[in-house]
Write a protein that binds this ligand. Structure first.
Ligand code: FES
Length: 576
């Protein structure tokens, strides 16, 4: 899409614009002197801790832009919290909001005649959406991250030995452990009070931090911008590192305009490869598969799900972050942030150093002074590439097979399966709630493969995250003995033996629709296959009898109804 920016003052309607500006509280003669109209994309809400600091950041950005001689114009967008929607009937609105936010930002930018754009991100989908309008409009710009939540600590095991590294993951698994009678109510209350002392996104390598990492690694956020804490506690102002990022980001924006360096000059194919490699090295969320494909499409970069597999499978897991590891995201920030990981990957030949970034310099130039993990004293937050937490090929893999003719994604987060594969007995559910009831009733046991279907992008619609199921399995000690497969998706918090994004989904006639209780399902990361172990003629018969898949009943004219009509499969990133 071309740059549709126009000057306020280059047409015959100057007088009318002056009236409009004065009525909106601007001094027209001052506005006439502006050197840039900067869209400040501001997905603020006071509804949740992930984006409740965004307004303060957006206001600071407006001030900084004004000091630089520009005019910062705020554009709102709905920031949906996954924590508030997961496991509820509104869960579909989460993924739907990604594209809705991108559309809101594009609309406001062009409607206000923006010449540049700074997008404030936040919760999972806000992070994904942040890069989409920048790539789509190709307006000069970059991303600022509001920050992640600081961790906490408690004094009882098994959490005491984790030190000051507890995150929302520890609370939710603690709640499941309480339900299963494994901890006391007082212990659960302590966890509740301690794990998140202030605002910010879920505090480890979950989806929001995966997407902030991708924004930094792709070159669209300033170095060390992906890992800072949002604040000091819930009553404090935003963290000083966020303020520094705001100021530096406006300076960077003006440099980009001077250099003529636009997002599509930065978000080139090699930059996407850098972003995916970095996210793999840090154990990022499976959601990156959906979002990177969607951002690449906006940037006009040809990238397929197999490309992501090819890039990721070479990369060892080196960041010791939850959910696969020990630490919270701010621990990474304290040792130097994402640049420490990227420096290790660059030296090992996993990254392209010659791509441009929003600093106006190449990635290699940005990393020139960053330390290698082995040069940092007394830390085990980032491991050297030569001594990784897990060898390449053990994080996320793209599989296919008789249960997923198109594709699906397997998340192992560094684990290897004891027998090389997981072979288990299907317990089939047509809703997340059905599976939840079965787990809570003790009907899911070691050796089972829980199948949750009709929760795909079309079926649900909106492809909700099965995070509460994975939490229940972990909290009950079944994380290593029960697998979960679905045409829905997972939160970055989720870990275990998890297969999601099964395509085609049940609502599109995918073979996940023919699985029956008691069938044998085989998950094999080595052959990269997901199979229903029944004879081929039986499979053919069942597919012939499948009929029209059931889909949930929602109003056609609702956002979800429109989404269902437009959305592509997870294989293509659920793009519209
Ligand atoms: Fe917002 Fe997790 S709920 S980042």
């Amino acid at each position: 899409m071309s740059d549709k920016s126009v000057s306020y003052w280059s047409n015959a309607e100057e007088g009318l614009r002056a009236v409009e500006l004065r009525a909106a509280g601007f001094e027209p003669s001052e506005a006439m002197k502006t050197n840039a109209v900067v869209t400040i994309a501001n997905p603020y809400t006071n509804a949740h801790r992930c984006n409740n600091r965004v307004r303060r950041i957006a206001d600071l950005l407006v001030e900084e832009v004004s000091s630089a001689g520009g005019q910062g114009l705020l554009v709102g967008a709905p920031a949906v919290s996954d924590a508030m929607t997961q496991g509820t009937e509104n869960a579909g609105y989460s993924l739907v909001s990604r594209d809705l936010m991108a559309d809101c930002i594009e609309t406001g930018h062009y409607a206000h005649h923006g010449t540049a754009m700074i997008v404030v991100s936040g919760c999972d989908k806000t992070g994904a959406a942040a890069l989409m309008p920048l790539a789509r409009t190709n307006a000069f710009g970059l991303v600022v991250y509001p920050g992640t939540s600081s961790p906490g600590r408690v004094d009882f095991e098994p959490w005491a030995s984790k030190g000051n590294n507890l995150t929302i993951l520890d609370y939710v698994e603690g709640a499941a452990a309480r339900e299963a009678g494994r901890i006391t109510q007082d212990e659960l209350t302590s966890l509740q009070r301690c794990v998140m002392p202030g605002s910010g996104t879920c505090g480890a390598m979950f989806t929001a931090n995966t997407m902030s990492t991708i924004a930094e690694a792709i070159g669209m956020m300033l170095p060390r911008g992906a890992s800072h804490p949002a604040d000091y506690d819930a009553a404090s102002d935003i963290h000083d590192d966020v303020k520094r990022q705001v100021q530096a980001s406006v300076e960077a924006l003006y440099r980009l305009m001077e250099m003529g360096l636009r997002p599509r000059d930065i978000m080139v194919k090699e930059a996407f490869e850098n972003a995916v490699a970095t996210a793999y090295a840090m154990g990022g969320s499976t959601n990156l598969y959906l979002h990177v494909l969607a951002i690449a499409r906006e940037a006009g970069v040809p990238l397929t799900i197999e490309d992501l597999q090819r890039i990721g499978e070479r990369v060892p897991l080196i960041a010791n972050l939850q959910p696969h590891g020990t630490y919270a995201m701010v621990s990474l920030h304290e040792v130097g942030g994402v640049p420490v990981v990227m420096k290790a990957l660059l030296e090992a030949g996993f990254l392209h150093g010659d791509v441009m970034t929003v600093t106006g310099k190449t990635l290699a130039e940005n990393l020139a002074d960053a330390p290698l993990p082995e040069d940092l004293p007394d830390q085990d937050v980032v491991f050297p590439v030569a001594r990784p937490l897990a060898a390449p090929g053990n994080h996320i893999s793209v599989l296919s097979g008789s249960l997923a003719p198109e594709s699906c994604v397997l998340k192992l987060s560094g684990k290897t399966l004891e027998e090389g594969e997981f072979r288990g007995t299907a317990k089939v559910f047509d809703s997340e709630q059905g599976a939840m009831d079965a787990i809570r009733d003790g009907r899911v046991v070691a050796g089972d493969v829980v199948v949750v279907r009709n929760v795909g992008p079309v079926g649900a619609p909106g492809m909700p995250e099965m995070v509460h199921l994975t939490i229940q399995l972990q909290g009950r000690g079944l994380g290593k003995e029960v697998a979960l497969i679905t045409d829905g998706r997972y939160s970055g918090v989720s870990h275990g033996i998890l297969v999601g994004h099964i395509c085609p989904e049940a609502a599109k006639g995918g073979p996940i629709g023919v699985v029956r209780d008691g069938d044998t399902i085989v998950i094999n990361p080595i052959t990269r296959r997901l199979d229903l172990d029944i004879p081929q003629d039986e499979m053919t018969n069942r597919m012939a009898q499948l009929g029209t898949p059931k889909i949930s009943d929602i109003p056609e004219n609702s956002v979800l109804g429109k989404y269902r009509r437009l959305v592509s499969s997870a294989h293509y990133g659920c793009v519209l």
